[in-house]
Design a protein. Structure first.
Length: 318
């Protein structure tokens, strides 16, 4: 049974749908990557799963099931019992997400007191243990420091410690390595990989970095303009990409070998939700587009390699 199953999910603000007909699932202990450019709907997907949609946002269609239970329209009080305890999220910007007037230890302890019922001293001691778990040196001293006293990598690790305080079954990591240098990024990914093995949790990893996906993810969902463009096993997606958007993303990855030249770029930008075209949303930027692509949105087509792509030329491109 899937730990998390999202079925035909659509999210709307007023009459405008920012996510449409989104489906995927995550098994226990699995790492699923969700990739795409800014504006593709990745973070909105995570917020919908966590029940944290911005004011005005609503689930317009579809279903979200966690641990076999439908949580799509669960009352806020019930969602609060889930968030932080059974499912947790690492947000994009740790400096913006951490409270600047509370110490790191106080912010970890708050989760422990609320969900695990620990007293003040026990919560403080557990906060130190969690900082050690995420490999922050001198945890006994760092626990009493404020976010501005920590480096970017340490703040990210502190966010992970808060998310792991109650040993959740599902961890959603929204761009956990953004703005970190390569060495720190590698350390964060190693940490997530090790914690996943140690705690047995599933991870939904949201990123724009296909290098991160290849490093840690088993399956991939490629999103574009609020819809799934391609999905499948990570190795298959990298070896036999079937959607023009996936191919373009892979072509834009810098190569270390061969002559240095201009990086391939995808012409145009991701359209705003109010400007989504009626057919394939990638068609205006696609070098393989046909006139029929603009008529109606293509359905996901299963391919012999095991992946599925929302493109009428998927078999040909794969």
């Amino acid at each position: 049974m899937s730990l998390l199953r999202v079925e035909n999910l659509s999210v709307a603000f007023g009459p405008i749908r920012v996510l449409e007909d989104l489906s995927f699932d995550i098994a226990e202990g699995e790492v699923l990557g969700v990739v795409g450019e800014s504006g593709s709907g990745k973070s909105m997907t995570a917020l919908a799963v966590m029940g944290l949609l911005p004011i005005g946002g609503r689930v317009a269609a579809g279903r979200i099931a966690f641990e076999g239970n439908d949580i799509t329209h669960l009352p806020e009080r019930e969602m609060q019992r889930l968030r932080g305890a059974r499912m947790a999220m690492i947000f994009q910007e740790p400096m913006a997400s951490l409270n600047p007037v509370l110490t790191v230890g106080e912010q970890i302890a708050e989760v422990l007191r609320r969900h695990r019922g620990l007293g003040r001293r026990a919560a403080h001691n557990e906060a130190v243990s969690l900082l050690k778990l995420v490999e922050i040196a001198a945890a006994e001293r760092r626990v009493d420091e404020y976010p501005h006293q920590l480096s970017g990598g340490m703040r990210q690790r502190a966010m992970i410690a808060i998310a792991l305080a109650c040993r959740p079954r599902l961890l959603i990591a929204d761009e956990p390595t953004t703005a970190l240098d390569a060495t720190v990024q590698a350390g964060i990914l190693d940490l997530l990989r090790g914690l996943r093995r140690e705690l047995g949790m599933a991870v939904l990893l949201i990123t724009h970095d296909l290098g991160v996906v290849s490093d840690i993810c088993e399956r991939v969902v490629v999103m574009y303009a609020g819809r799934v463009a391609e999905t499948g096993d990570a190795a298959t997606i990298f070896a036999q990409p079937a959607h023009p958007y996936t191919r373009a993303l892979l072509a834009a990855i810098p190569r270390l070998e061969g002559p240095i030249g201009a990086l391939p770029a995808i012409a145009g930008v991701v359209p705003a939700p109010a400007d989504f075209p009626p057919g394939c949303r990638f068609a205006p930027r696609c070098p393989y587009a046909l006139p029929t692509c603009e008529a109606a949105p293509p359905a996901l087509r299963a391919l012999p390699a095991g992946n599925a792509a929302a493109c009428i030329r998927a078999e040909e491109l794969a």
